[in-house]
Design a protein around this ligand. Structure first.
Ligand SMILES: Nc1ncnc2c1ncn2[C@@H]1O[C@H](COP(=O)(O)OP(=O)(O)O)[C@@H](O)[C@H]1O
Ligand SMILES: [Mg+2]
Length: 257
């Protein structure tokens, strides 16, 4: 495999690697014998029917789940074998945006963005920041990156749905992750807002080189925005191919009832 460099993170090689990974929840096999490698800077879509294992795969990549069998390496580190502290350090290099943004509505935007630092800040600093916001330039820069720098001190629940989604993304950006995972970021969102969000994610990928892994319900967006498409069905990787090589027949297979 070609070598890739992830620059300032001082690591070359796959940013994510799964080898023979299975993940069970009691009797349910959410993933079975999955292997893949994702290089720094790639833009990858995960598609497949509901229950196929997309969210489970993302939770393995960000270390919030460990596999039942097999190995998950993030930047070459076997997540399942790391001590808690080292695992958290690696986890901070992976930011995740969820469909539910988990923002605190009655706080100013700056506080919600600063929640991205919580893994790193001491408790006193985090509490003090609620009175006297810390790291304001960093928060402002993240908000500029997502196009809403003027909303720094707005109450979060006064923002539109689209703006709140941008705040959630800014919160991930202050973490300065090497990779951004997004779990169905545009489900139940109108087409215009979907396009705006996907444009933003692609632009971040292109300007910062951050790896993107996005689970998508909307296949046409996967083709438009991602270079590589992984099709999951019943916990298995049915295909993993460049977007240009995914055929209608492959999609029919993926979604057949
Ligand atoms: N925490 C969990 N406990 C029990 N079963 C789960 C859990 N998470 C996922 N599953 C099951 O694993 C399978 C894959 O789920 P998921 O990864 O959420 O699929 P997708 O995101 O593609 O819809 C489903 O059958 C789901 O019910
Ligand atoms: Mg899901």
């Amino acid at each position: 495999m070609a070598k890739f460099s992830s620059g300032k993170f001082g690591y070359s090689g796959a940013i994510f690697q799964l080898e023979g990974v299975s993940c069970r929840f009691g009797p349910v096999a959410a993933l079975t014998d999955c292997s893949l490698a994702i290089a720094p800077g790639e833009r990858v879509a995960l598609i497949g029917p509901s229950g196929a294992g997309k969210s489970t795969l993302l939770s393995l990549l960000n270390g919030s789940q460990v596999p039942t069998t097999g190995r998950v390496a993030v930047m070459g580190q076997d997540i399942g074998r790391l001590k808690a502290r080292k695992r958290r350090r690696i986890q901070r290099l992976v930011g995740t945006v969820y469909q539910q943004h988990h923002l605190v509505g009655n706080l100013a935007v700056v506080h919600n963005v600063n929640a991205g630092h919580l893994g790193r800040w001491s408790l006193p600093k985090a509490l003090w920041s609620l009175v006297w916001p810390q790291a304001v330039p960093t928060a402002a820069q993240a908000l500029a990156q997502v196009g809403i720098v003027d909303r720094l001190y707005a109450r979060t629940d006064r923002l539109s749905g689209g703006q709140q989604q941008r705040v959630a993304l800014a919160r991930v950006l202050v973490q300065d992750p090497a990779a951004i995972l997004a779990d169905e970021p545009i489900s139940s969102v109108d087409p215009e807002r979907s396009r705006a969000m996907m444009d933003l994610l692609r632009q971040l990928n292109e300007t910062t080189g951050k790896t993107l892994v996005i689970s998508l319900h909307e296949v046409e967006f996967a083709f438009k925005y991602c270079d590589r498409i992984i099709g999951l069905r019943q916990g298995q990787i049915l295909f993993d191919a460049p977007a240009t090589q995914v055929s209608d027949a492959m999609l029919t297979n993926l979604y057949q009832l």
